[in-house]
Design a protein around this ligand. Structure first.
Ligand code: C5P
Ligand code: MG
Length: 191
């Protein structure tokens, strides 16, 4: 059997990763796995032994150890029975990247990284708006500052790493652009 094909989707919090992933799923038949969603699901499971740990990391905008996150991702990949995946919000730091390479390097093919660019002010405005109804413990200004800090310090270098491998496809998800306008550009990357 062919190795599963993976597209990583990276960008700042509020850049529109999840929104674009939903559209990619509809048009191109990928299976969308959000690392953040998988972690939140695990946190909400009363039987989980790592629920409290995940809760603390998310609130502080810190990146959960890869053993947990990559374990959840692989489990979801296997359970889906599918072979084309969008993995959104991963790998977010060096630990994520090396853990993935160790655990999944031989098992999956990373086709490219879709990088959604968006200025911080635009992201902030979107997240604070989302926070009014998302119920997320980290969609508030205090957590958001920490998430941006983590993004700049830890995630941007990962994008740079993939850029050096010529695996980054960058799109403009920023100022004044509607999700549909952004998707017009995203489409080109998948055809
Ligand atoms: O991508 P999303 O905004 O849903 O991620 C929310 C939080 O989940 C992150 O701020 C981080 O605490 C955690 N997370 C993580 N490792 C990932 C993805 C998300 O620790 N690879
Ligand atoms: Mg998301």
């Amino acid at each position: 059997m062919a190795k599963p094909r993976v597209v990583f989707v990276l960008g700042a919090p509020g850049s529109g990763k999840g929104t674009q992933c939903e559209k990619i799923v509809q048009h191109f038949g990928y299976t969308h796995l959000s690392a953040g969603d998988l972690l939140r699901q695990e946190r909400n499971d009363p039987a989980s032994e790592v629920g409290q740990l995940i809760h603390n990391y998310i609130k502080e905008g810190k990146i959960v150890p890869v053993e947990i996150t990559c374990g959840l991702i692989e489990k979801a990949m296997v359970k889906s029975g599918k072979s084309k995946f969008l993995i959104d919000g991963f790998p977010r730091n060096h630990d994520n990247l090396s853990g993935w390479n160790e655990q999944m390097g031989e098992k999956a093919e990373v086709a490219f990284v879709l990088f959604v660019e968006c200025p911080e002010e635009v992201c902030t405005e979107r997240i604070l708006k989302r926070g009014q109804s998302s119920g997320r413990t980290d969609d508030n200004i205090e957590s958001l500052r920490k998430r941006f800090n983590t993004y700049t310090k830890e995630t941007v270098p990962i994008v740079r790493h993939y850029d050096q491998l010529e695996k980054v496809r960058k799109i403009n998800g920023g100022t004044g652009r509607t999700p549909d306008e952004v998707f017009e550009d995203v489409k080109q990357m998948f055809q």
